[in-house]
Design a binder for this molecule. Sequence first.
Ligand code: UD1
Ligand code: CA
Length: 470
Amino acid sequence: MDNARFAIAIMAAGKGTRLKSKRPKVLHEIGGRALLLHVIAAAKTVVAAEDIYCIVGHEAERVRAAAAPTGVRFVLQAEQRGTGHALQQLKTHFVATGEAVPENLLVLSGDVPLIRPETIRALCEGHLRERAAMTILTAVPPDPTGYGRVLRAVPGGAEVTAIVEQKALKPEQMGAPEINSGIYCFRTAALFEKLDLLSTDNAHGEYYLTDVAALLVADGQRVVAVQGDSVDEVLGANTIAEMMHLDAAMRLATARRLMSEGVTIFRPETCVIDAEVEVAADTIIEPYVQLLGATRIGPDCRIRSYSVIQSSTLGSGVLVRNGCVMDSAEIADGAVIGPYAHLRPESRIGEGAHVGNFVETKKVTLGKGSKANHLNYLGDATIGDGVNIGAGAITCNYDGVSKHQTTIGDGVFVGSDSTLVAPVTVHDGAYIAAGSCITEEVPAGALALGRSRQVIKEGWAAAKKAARKS
Ligand code: UD1
Ligand code: CA
């Protein structure tokens, strides 16, 4: 395909009334990514970002902000008066800017997110081969209700006579099985000419892009349909239920991809795995795991049930026990996490280190082989190699105004239930006695005791009992 002859328009200005949501439809997410960003990603595999025109309108600033990093262009449809009206704005854009009009225009819908690059390419190639003025991508789903129907001139022939929207179907057309995907190729000049002839004489009082088909046919121009290979990829998302159907389809596709790459996923239908997640071979994922965002997991790991891992990087042979929550953490090879550990952003867990039951970490470096196994809070701390943090020990990093740093050297032993009041440094090989409150620097190899002395009152219990009786 000669890319230079195609530009892409993505219709993304609609409100999404049927979702009943404050969020614009194209910013709703499936597979952990906004609908529109899925469509843009597919479009960018076919043409350069500067040849992609995103038509925005409802909550335009929000949509623009979400899509701007992709480098696409934007055209404003200030009032949303239908899909035909959306493309009229693109025409106006070309007239107003004097930009060169691309010979062919591929139109994508911002709410048809599973579309694959291969399908887009095949549609464009078919369009050129057929020398058509309009080429419509179609499908025959089990239930066509709600979609516009594509009517062919003769069954099995390529030529189309019209696209009829659901509400305009005549009784004898109700059974028409072939749906309009909302994805088309146009010879741009032919489209732009017919856009001015659209009317709002229909059930929604809108300018329908789909009416261009019959207008072209009436003018003796060639309109053809190309049926795609898969139904799922052209399904639209007009309601939350439809969106969740697409979400499940996309996540299952991701799980299948990972399994084909050697990852074991038990009960994949229970796992929530975002589209960008990467997992290496021989890693095992148990049921009810969530792997989100840009998470990367190395080989030979085991992620046990009910763990939620967001945008984190795990090395090889990491064991994540049940019920862990991680966000933007980095975990080195052979580390053991959980059960029920909470690793907040900038937690860097060293090789072979252990972070155990009910431990919370934040902005922490835990060195090689170090252990924090029970009931700890470790925040704003640098902890060396081979350190043992006893049960219940915590860093007191916040004085009510600012956060302060705790530094613990290699081989330090922090006794149970100690509190380390930051800023404070404990040097290599030092011991902190259990129950200590540490407020001052501890030299290397020293023992620090920071607790009140125990007092023994011999025979106290008997004396008390005797006093009660008298
Ligand atoms: C549209 C098609 C229908 C097709 C279906 C496939 C029309 C009239 N109908 O119906 O034949 O089967 O898609 O999914 O085109 N949009 C704008 N500006 C507007 C209106 C809509 O940019 O003024 C955008 C929406 O944000 C959306 C896309 O165009 O991304 C489609 O609009 P939508 O209202 O969802 O059309 P459907 O009713 O699904
Ligand atoms: Ca739609």
